[in-house]
Design a protein around this ligand. Sequence first.
Ligand code: ADP
Length: 345
Amino acid sequence: MKKSSIPEEIINKIKQIIENFDDPLTKKPLKIDDPNINLAFKDNHLNISFEIDPSKIDAYLEIKKKLEENIAKIKDILSVNVILTSEKKSHPEKKVARFLVNSKNIIAIASGKGGVGKSSFATNLALALKELGNRVGLLDADIYGPSIPRMMGVYEKPVANENKKLIPLERYGIKCMSIGFLIDVDTPAIWRGPMVIKALDQMFNGVEWGVLDYLIIDLPPGTGDAHLSLAQESKLTGAIIISTPQEVALADVKKGINMFKKVNVPLIGLVENMSYFLCEKCDTRHEIFSNGGARNQALQSKIPFLGELPIDKNLRINSDNGTPIVFSDPKSEIAKKYFEIAKKI
Ligand code: ADP
């Protein structure tokens, strides 16, 4: 319930009225904090959504009317609308887990847009978690540009074992699997869509992952079928969203946050990549894409802010060379930041 945006004086009056009524079915007094009652208040217009079993709607019509009549009498409320909605719509049911893997934690790395550093983050986070003593798998589900093989320097194709399961390719102590091994990445994106879910299925159930502490999934940018399937059909521990600080990237971050909230996937936090550039020559901090946008967004959306990562030429060079910076230069400033974030997670 978005109580925070409603002035206290008004919310108290609404509470008094709502709690004066009993639920027509359970006969128990309604509580304003009941999870099936949600309030939205804008410009003094109030919408109350009341989630009910749609087959019992007749029992609720009377209370809807009475609530509207009584609440409309509150001074400062210009209009009130009680909407009876179906429970299932606002809380999509979790389907039975279809994508199975024996990992204590499954973490999805997401972004609103492409090119913000999601794959670099997934790779270096995986390495930092491994260095901290965990068994880690890295699953590249970015259908629009699977870059994990290049960043991890794995160029072979995985082969199947006697159980017909693919053996993940191991590099730097991390088990890697990429959607790029299973589908032709040169196929135009529009034809790849339907193949994604099948490929995801294969990457979870058709791969001999063994026992893991962390499976890190590099998702495609945006919010698409792969996100929804994974959120609903795997046991995701949570999601981390990567963004650069400028407005144009953050607009899409909000969509991502809303999607994960809607499908009840916990948001582990937001990371700001390319937050600033430290120039060695002039020893000045340049905020090329602005700074602090992701931190503010995290605050607004009430999710943890996990940290800022600078623009670092060596990170890019090492990513291109298949020697991620946390492996090749673990003492560098940027690698230390990855370790800090890994510890927070
Ligand atoms: P995404 O997965 O969001 O598309 P990538 O991780 O592939 O983004 O990053 C896009 C490009 O930007 C890559 O060349 C990568 O090496 C580079 N890059 C990512 N983060 C940084 C950073 N903090 N500093 C410098 N280059 C970066």
